[in-house]
Design a protein around this ligand. Structure first.
Ligand SMILES: C[S@@+](CC[C@H](N)C(=O)[O-])C[C@H]1O[C@@H](n2cnc3c(N)ncnc32)[C@H](O)[C@@H]1O
Length: 338
């Protein structure tokens, strides 16, 4: 019995202290530590010189990173572990540092959780000096979406059948990762990435980097109020609906329905909850993230989104698992509906 109790207490303590590990990793990433020491074996004092940080504090941070297997230490010298070289060095094709930078920024919203639970009101947008960094925050956010979506976009492009799609709208497409992956897989496909005016220049950079400016373009606007355009064979809505209320989602989906060609299709990719909201945990935690980061966002149940799609006029709905955490819901516009 005691042994079991000890295990339970350990698990509880680990859960309650998980923020320590997060902060050590996120701070190291904020200093670009892994990129700056890549390929070298350095003493703590040499690393603190490179980073411009305090010697004693840096040594403690480096040791903790060794315990977490992001660094290795031999004869008092530190170097990147294999996983850090692969995921945390900016020149690596698998780089996740932008995603970590975005998570570092989430920290301040999450620190407000206690108050938000009391008031139901998310923390205010940053004021003063922080506003200067607004552009940088948008950039981190959009590049984080690229880091997160890179593998799942390529995998989805291989598995989704878009042979009959000539024009695809990637609604709230952010970095355009999915639009580019679809265009790469389907040479006859053209795509429009629709996003806010401040995001589109970043999207365009990403599209150019991938060499797809001839077939993937951007359209700047606010999809709640502006036109979406028309003539789309497919509208792809990935990780967008959770930012909005159900009323707004119905409005967005209705606009999508009208922007589709007859016979057009919609694919909603998102995190979903069971009908009684009892799981999965990732989706439940994501709902808390939306509580903190948006005015009215949430994680929705399959039934809620399928209901909204049906109300918008879409038929023959079907679900497909997409990644460990996300699902796709497909819906069709039947010929004769407008
Ligand atoms: C979580 S990101 C998802 C990006 C991309 N679809 C993906 O799955 O990687 C949500 C995107 O929706 C865009 N967005 C949110 N509200 C919007 C609006 N009202 N009009 C246009 N774009 C919007 C954001 O700027 C952001 O790029």
């Amino acid at each position: 019995m005691w042994e079991n109790m000890e295990k339970e207490i350990d698990a509880l303590r680990n859960e309650a202290s998980a923020f320590m590990r997060s902060q050590v990793l996120l701070v190291a990433n904020q200093y670009d530590l892994f990129t700056r020491i890549e390929g070298r074996r350095l003493k703590a004092s040499e690393i603190s010189d490179i980073l411009g940080t305090d010697g004693r504090a840096t040594r403690m941070l480096l040791d903790a990173l060794c315990g977490m297997n992001y660094l290795e230490k031999h004869n008092g010298r530190y170097r990147n572990s294999e996983v850090s070289s692969k995921l945390l060095v900016a020149s690596s094709p698998h780089y996740q540092g932008d995603s970590l930078r975005h998570r570092y920024r989430l920290w301040s919203s999450w620190s407000a959780l206690r108050n938000v639970v009391k008031t139901g009101v998310p923390p205010e947008e940053p004021h003063g000096e922080e506003v200067v960094a607004e552009k940088e925050r948008t950039r981190d956010y959009i590049l984080a979406m690229e880091n997160i979506g890179r593998i799942s976009a390529d995998r989805l492009a291989e598995n989704i059948d878009l042979t009959d799609v000539q024009l695809l709208l990637d609604l709230g497409g952010g970095p355009g990762t999915y639009a580019v992956a679809f265009a790469r897989q389907y040479p006859g496909l053209r795509a429009v990435v629709y996003d806010l005016p401040e995001v589109c220049p970043i999207t365009e950079e990403q599209i150019a980097q991938e060499g797809f400016t001839d077939r993937v373009t951007t359209k700047a606007g606010d999809f709640l109020v502006d036109e979406l355009g028309s003539g789309y064979d497919m509208i792809f809505v990935s990780n967008v609906l959770h930012m909005y209320s159900l009323v707004e989602i119905r409005h967005i989906l209705s606009k999508c329905f009208h922007a589709l060609n007859p016979d057009g299709r919609i694919a909603v990719k998102d995190f979903f909850l069971n009908e009684d909201r009892s799981g999965p945990l990732f989706s439940q935690l994501f709902a808390v993230n939306m509580l903190l980061r948006t005015r009215a966002g949430d994680t929705y149940t399959f039934g809620q989104i399928e209901g909204a799609l049906t109300e918008a006029g879409l038929r023959r709905l079907r679900r497909e698992k997409c990644t460990e955490e996300s699902w796709l819901i497909f819906g069709e516009k039947e010929r004769g509906c407008s």
